[in-house]
Design a protein around this ligand. Sequence first.
Ligand code: SF4
Length: 467
Amino acid sequence: MDKTFHIVTFGCQMNVNDSDWLTRALVCRGWRQAPEDEAWLFVLNTCSVRDKPEQKVYSELGRLDMHRKGKPGLTAAVGGCVAQQIGAGFFERFPFVRLVFGSDGIAQAPDALDQLAEDPGARLALLDFEASYPEREALLQPMPKAALPAYDADAGAPEAGPAQSFVNIMQGCDNFCAYCIVPYTRGRQKSRQPGAVLAECRARVEQGAREITLLGQNVNSFGLDAGGAGVGFAELLRQVAAIPGLLRLRFTTSHPKDIDPAVVRAFGELENLCPALHLPLQAGSDAVLLRMGRKYDRARYLDIVQALRAVRPDIALTTDLIVGFPGETEEDFAQTLEMMERVAFESSFSFRYSDRPGVASLRMGPKVPEDVGQERLLRLQSLQNGITKESLKALEGREANVLLEAPSRRQDEGQPFWRGRDPGGRVVNVRLSSDVAGTQLGGRMLRVRVVEAKNHSLLGEKVGPPW
Ligand code: SF4
């Protein structure tokens, strides 16, 4: 049997990073990535944060079953949050699913997949939560750069190979926000040993990473459990920022209730800490924030914004918002709009509230009718579009360092464009001269002048040598 695999990933950057690790682990063991049609193993890494995740997974597996009818040997593995919820239930409904694994079980998934390849009758479930962060980098053999997963420009995946790396610093969450399923599907918070975080960051930089994003469900509470070995998040940031050769450092996701003044100060002190912060607000009304169990209010959020802007006036703030949380009135919603204008978020991810199994908000009421929630969401997004447009427009004529990621789909009279990001995390499409067409520029830092603001990105041109 040819050990070939194909991974499809839903959900957040943590899932993207898990899939990236699994890819590297399988390649290290002699497995080969293949198109879906040809792969012996299909891995579905699932997410249950948004609408109807279970149905989405079932329909994906059903599609696969139809597509592969008559072709023997189809084997699937389901990982991530939906696997944690449904577990062995997948085995009954889809006999070709032979492995289910949760986010703590992924470290053992490569062994399990090898076992499935050896034993056609085997079925395995890796769903236990671990007491500490399941360390997994040591399970990888050193791998040549060429074997790293390719950047998928069409999918827009931010995992760009060696120039930009994502490093997990923790797993799970202890916050139990009323609407969120994460503590049930990813377990309680487990910080990773700081030494292991630093070792992985150093290795990534040695392999060519110029930008690292530290990842966790709530990075600001890093070290508040036993795993952090007495190192808090601000200290971890300092240690990672000091790695020679690291040009850019980012982190996500932050919780306003846990953001430490030392982290705020770090934005003014660490030269390679990018002036960009994703700080989920979720709602602009104190009454809604209270019911959500977020443990901060508008005033606290605005204080953080003020402190951040005092140390980094150019900081780009982005956020997450939930519209139509149970009991949200038109007045509550108006306060969310007002906060959006007051903070002037550069962009936001906004969603209409939907019930999740087992979470506290399931029992809260009254539910906001679907059409009302939808209408509020459209108003919110329309306001955001206007603010985004204005903030991008204000950058016209300014210069910035852009880290190039991949060739852009944009073309202009045969001139090549490369897509990259400025320190604020904004997408910049850079027009280059035609003599560099076909040159590998990923990971190059370029001084760029912004020539035009588009709706959600910037258009720039290179200013002066060198590359
Ligand atoms: S902080 Fe709240 S919203 Fe974020 S993962 Fe934890 S429970 Fe979910």
